[in-house]
Write a protein that binds this ligand. Structure first.
Ligand SMILES: Nc1nc2c(ncn2[C@@H]2O[C@H](COP(=O)(O)OP(=O)(O)OP(=O)(O)O)[C@@H](O)[C@H]2O)c(=O)[nH]1
Ligand SMILES: [Zn+2]
Length: 294
């Protein structure tokens, strides 16, 4: 290969049977991998920033994977900036414990979480109590894919970033994606079909370019999520609202559980920390403790 050749930089948007589709910001290149990658067992993930050497019009060979900022393995995708964690306010009812598991998983993978409560058209009161559980801790957007409420705000949050839509099945992930890109409805419809099939075969991810800059991947719904392995004393880091207080606990290494003089528990009593979040923290603590015995 001619080393003086112009290389093109882009992001791997999808991978099918040995071919990688790389988006350079304007158009898509169908690429194979230089043999060396297979030899070195270096895996190219959707989301990877790569350099490709053009061989024909819109066809090339991936010659280099640029350093990854982050990598998720379920779904397999690299360099995600943010996870849009979508839960519906009804149908299905939201499960806050599961939402907290999604949050912890995102943070652990260096991905900024954004919570989206969808199907707001199904309830009367906009201030349903789950919003207050997260407000001020994580960005929260409230949407309805049916009425269009909140979709402009969500669109704004996706601009210029690589995002994944995550959340349980049936909360409206694909519907929102279609609603924010009306001009691509047919195409994304076809994509979600593929995604659904993907669930039963190999897991399949695809980054879809948004009309206003930014890439989004839809993922199949997860109905459960294992807590990652976290040291007990590190669990509080995944509850940012506790960090503000934990320095004032009487004991260094306080787990904010049964210890006396715990500033976190005091903040819960005084209303500085949402009690339901604290109870979830204690539940996770028990779960991680239980795991350690074996
Ligand atoms: N009332 C109401 N229904 C919605 C809304 N958004 C989606 N739905 C409906 O909810 C159902 C599930 O929507 P999907 O978009 O398939 O959900 P999903 O999260 O992609 O589900 P999976 O693909 O299983 O992960 C569909 O019948 C949608 O029409 C909404 O904002 N309001
Ligand atoms: Zn404490």
């Amino acid at each position: 290969m001619n080393s003086g050749q112009n290389l093109v930089q882009g992001i791997v948007r999808k991978a099918y049977s040995g071919y990688y589709y790389v988006y350079d910001g304007h158009c898509e290149w169908e690429c194979s991998l230089r043999g060396r990658f297979r030899y070195e067992k270096q895996q190219v993930l959707v989301g990877d920033r790569v350099e490709l050497a053009p061989t024909q019009d819109r066809v090339g060979v991936i010659v280099k994977i640029l350093p990854r900022r982050s990598a998720l393995f379920r779904p397999p995708i690299a360099n995600v900036d943010q996870a849009i964690i979508i839960f519906s306010v009804r149908q299905p009812e939201p499960n806050p414990g599961l939402l907290d598991r999604f949050l912890i998983t995102a943070i652990m993978n260096q991905i900024d979480p954004l919570i989206c409560f969808n199907k707001i058209d199904l309830i009367k009161d906009y201030e349903f109590d789950l919003v207050s559980r997260y407000q001020g801790i994580y960005p929260v957007v409230v949407t309805s894919a049916v009425t269009g409420a909140g979709l402009d705000r969500l669109r704004g949050k996706l601009r210029g970033k690589v995002s994944v839509f995550a959340g349980p099945s049936g909360v409206g992930k694909s519907t929102i994606l279609n609603a924010i890109m009306p001009e691509l409805t047919l195409k994304t419809g076809a994509i979600s079909e593929k995604l659904k099939r993907g669930k039963h075969t190999t897991r399949h991810v695809e980054l879809i370019p948004l009309p206003e800059d930014g890439l989004v991947a839809d993922t199949p719904g997860f109905s459960n999520l294992d807590l990652p392995d976290i040291k007990l004393e590190e669990l509080a880091r995944y509850f940012p609202e506790m960090e503000e207080y934990s320095g004032n606990c009487h004991f260094g290494g306080c787990l904010h559980d049964k210890e006396p003089g715990c500033a976190v528990k005091e903040a819960v009593e005084l209303g500085g920390i949402e009690e339901s979040r604290y109870r979830q923290y204690v539940e996770f603590l028990q779960e991680l403790r239980g795991r350690r015995r074996y």
